[in-house]
Every structure is written in structure tokens, then in C-alpha cells.
Design a protein around this ligand. Structure first.
Ligand SMILES: [Mn+2]
Length: 254
């Protein structure tokens, strides 16, 4: 049986920045029977950061779908698409001096054949809610995460660390990129919920809060509520969140 999939997404500039350098794309491709969700958080000065995240999201979409039917696995298509996005950003930065150093994170979720495939670079995250708990499926490519892994700081300290925006891996930093691609896809179950988001959300809203809001609201109002909460707490950065729910959406009960 094929699961129904409900997807909602929102992006917001936040309270302190005039520009939104985050990008989000959702495509449901009929012939492929697959959903592609891409979130990208750009960096590198106003106009260039925005362009970097748009280039990342658009290139990943185009490259991923153009490889349809090429006898490649979804993970191979993801790897190709992310490498292509890395090249496009580097090429763009080469052409325009003002955009030197432009880059972008990416977090990509593909739902196809009753399975979820994940890829990411940087500190944009993918979570899953299953069996009444929230699980972070990606690991940030940041200096703070490395210090946490090495036991030098606690989880609490990592969440507030001044170097948490220092990324080890992102699109546009180096000629080659090795994205993290989950080797084994996740078999989908009814009621699984995936959350893809940028650090503008996770720096201000705790995992448990994300869990509670998403558990009790349909996907669209849940996106709005998460962004509103981050904005209430200062909205220091651009905020982007996407929710993909497998099966029927939650109905409001109050
Ligand atoms: Mn950000």
C-alpha cells in the first residue's frame, strides 16, 4: 500500500534580518512517485547568501530529477545533485568578486517507494518523530558538534556555543564536497513525521518543543507555530521549517 504524504513548509526572515537567505523547495514528482524536500541556508553577504541557497536548492532539484531513469540509486542521484550544486556555487563565486566565500548548507529528504532517503551538508537538520519521540537523524557539520563529539563541551554548551555557526562542511567551501548520505534508507510507517529545518529554528526552539508542537497540530499550523515561537524568542536568524507527515494529518482537537 502506498502511503499518503502531507507536506507543509514555511520560511521567514526572522526579527533581526531584512533578507531571507534560507531557501526551501518541495517537489512531488508523479512519474517518479517521489517527494523531494530541500532546505538550504545561504551565507556570504546579503545578495550572495540568498543566491547561494537558491542555487543550492534549484540545482539539487534539477540535477536530482534529470537523473531519473538513468539507472542510478536514489543515493547516487543525491550525491550527484549535491556535487553539482557545490560546483554551481563555486562557479558563481568565481564570476563575481563580491560573492567570494558564498556558500550554503543543504538538507535533503526524498520519500520514494515507501522509504526515506537523507542527505545533508552543514547545520541544517532532519528529524523524525516516531513512536512518540523525536530523533535527530543528521549530525551538524560544525565546530561545536565536533567539540561535543570529543567530549570537550556538553550538549547544553554546544547549543549556545559561539562557534556553532562555524561549519566544517557546506556547499561552496571546497572544490569537492562529501555530503553525509544515510547509507540505508528508512522504511516508512504510518504516522512517521519528518522535520527539515535551518539553525534559525533549532538555535531557539528545543527538540522537545518541536516535538510537542508537531504532535498536536496539522502540518501547516505547526510550521507557523514553530516560526512564531522562534520569532518570540528573538528570531535572530532566518527561520525555515518543513514537515512531511506519512498518512493522515493530525486534526486539531481543541
Ligand atoms: Mn541560519
Amino acid at each position: 500500500m502506498r502511503h499518503q504524504v502531507i507536506v507543509a513548509h514555511r520560511t521567514d526572515a526572522g526579527q533581526e534580518r531584512r533578507e531571507n537567505q534560507d531557501s526551501v523547495i518541495h517537489i512531488c514528482d508523479e512519474r517518479d512517485g517521489c517527494h523531494l524536500l530541500v532546505i538550504a541556508d545561504g551565507m556570504g553577504g546579503t545578495a550572495c547568501g540568498q543566491e547561494a541557497s537558491q542555487l543550492a536548492a534549484q540545482t539539487i532539484r534539477q540535477s536530482f530529477f534529470s537523473a531519473f531513469g538513468a539507472n542510478l540509486t536514489i543515493n547516487q542521484r543525491l550525491e550527484m545533485a549535491i556535487s553539482e550544486a557545490n560546483r554551481m556555487i563555486l562557479r558563481r563565486a568565481e564570476r563575481d568578486r563580491r560573492c567570494r566565500g558564498m556558500g550554503s548548507t543543504c538538507a535533503v529528504l526524498v520519500l520514494a517507494d515507501q522509504q526515506a532517503h537523507l542527505a545533508h551538508a552543514g547545520d541544517s537538520r532532519i528529524y523524525m518523530i516516531r513512536d512518540s519521540r523525536i530523533i535527530q537523524l543528521t549530525r551538524d557539520h560544525s565546530r561545536a558538534q565536533r567539540m561535543l563529539d570529543d567530549g570537550l563541551i556538553t550538549e547544553e554548551e554546544a547549543a549556545n556555543h559561539p562557534d556553532r555557526n562555524w561549519l566544517d562542511r557546506a556547499l561552496g567551501l571546497r572544490a569537492e564536497i562529501t555530503p553525509d548520505i544515510r547509507p540505508e534508507p528508512i522504511r516508512l510507517s504510518e504516522k512517521d513525521t519528518f522535520i527539515v529545518c535551518t539553525d534559525g529554528l533549532t538555535n531557539l526552539v528545543r527538540d522537545e518543543e518541536i516535538f510537542r508542537i508537531i504532535q498536536r497540530a496539522p502540518a501547516e499550523p505547526a510550521c507557523d507555530a514553530l516560526i512564531a515561537l522562534a520569532n518570540e524568542r528573538g528570531g535572530h536568524d532566518n527561520i525555515t521549517v518543513a514537515i512531511a507527515r506519512i498518512g493522515a494529518d493530525v486534526t486539531l482537537t481543541f
